[in-house]
Ligand binder design. Sequence first.
Ligand SMILES: [Mg+2]
Length: 380
Amino acid sequence: MRIDRLRITVLSAPVAEPIAMSFSQLGSRDMVLVEVLADGLTGLGESWVNYPSWAAKERVATIEEGIVPLLVDLDVSDPRAVHRHLRQRLTRLARQWGAPGPIWQAISAVDIALWDLAAQARGVPMAALLSDTAPRFAVAAYASGIGPSEVERYCEAAMVAGFGGVKARVGFGWERDEKTLRTARAVIGERAELFADANQAWSVAEAIDFAERSAGYRLGWIEEPLAGNALEDLRALADAIDTPLACGENLYGAAEFARYTGSGAVGLIQPDLAKSGGVTLAGEVAAALHAGVRLAPHCYGGAIVTAASVQFAAAHDVVPYVELDVRPNPLRDDIIGGALAVVDGKITVPTGPGLGVTLDEDAVAHYSVERRESGLRAVV
Ligand SMILES: [Mg+2]
């Protein structure tokens, strides 16, 4: 199978008010959608562009000028082989650029699209292609995107949808963090697990302090506690506290993931399918997991990475949860007509070929701010 055309669409949707993280804030919902057209089929992919605010511009250029030339007249029927080809050609360049992230994030979009294509070509859901056994019919979801504002409102919404877990943003100082955790636990009671995400806010001493102070809230995991995710420091922290540690959304490459999953410091590893290297990379991480380490894909993007995460989770029993931002995101919900909704805490896995979701072209056009298309057949 060879690619005829590759289309990149940048989508953007405003948010009612900026969404605060411990390191920055999100001023809009942005998404880079990649459509790979081959053999009359269209594979869908997505590249992570939440930060910085100009990431989409860089990503269009990286995909168009860095990746498209490497795909011209290439046999793309085996996504793993294409993944190998792209990373061999691009990771050395990424080191010289000092930008492994954007390169992996660009590869991610193409990889998701090629898995979608491969599954469509066989007429099966992506989960069936990824799984040795029968994939799950539904996957449990946890609610993220909670705090530091409107904690009560979004925890209540999460309980109405039946989410089995709730993840709160912390790293805003103990007084505010404590208020977030107290409010969240008060709303969810014992109906759901409670997790905390610090987005790399602390030193080891600060993280130990948080873990001790928050012990009464019975956190299921503390995510990215330490600045830079330094592995030695995570080990020291893990030795000092009882709460499992989670990280992965800012790691790149299978070797780096292996260092973390084999370290004994990380109880939950979180590759992001639109960021870390696509379905292929997440599969490599899952295949190399050490005993006792679970995998929950990080997912804070649009419709396509969400659909891919659901298919991936359905195919891997080691995945306890899919992450779903509880705040509204039209680039996740509207452009696929509300598919992937959470009912009783679970998302039903689409059974159609590939990702099993269909783009609402009117909605895509509504949020589209740029569209580019490249031909990938060599001119004879
Ligand atoms: Mg996180």
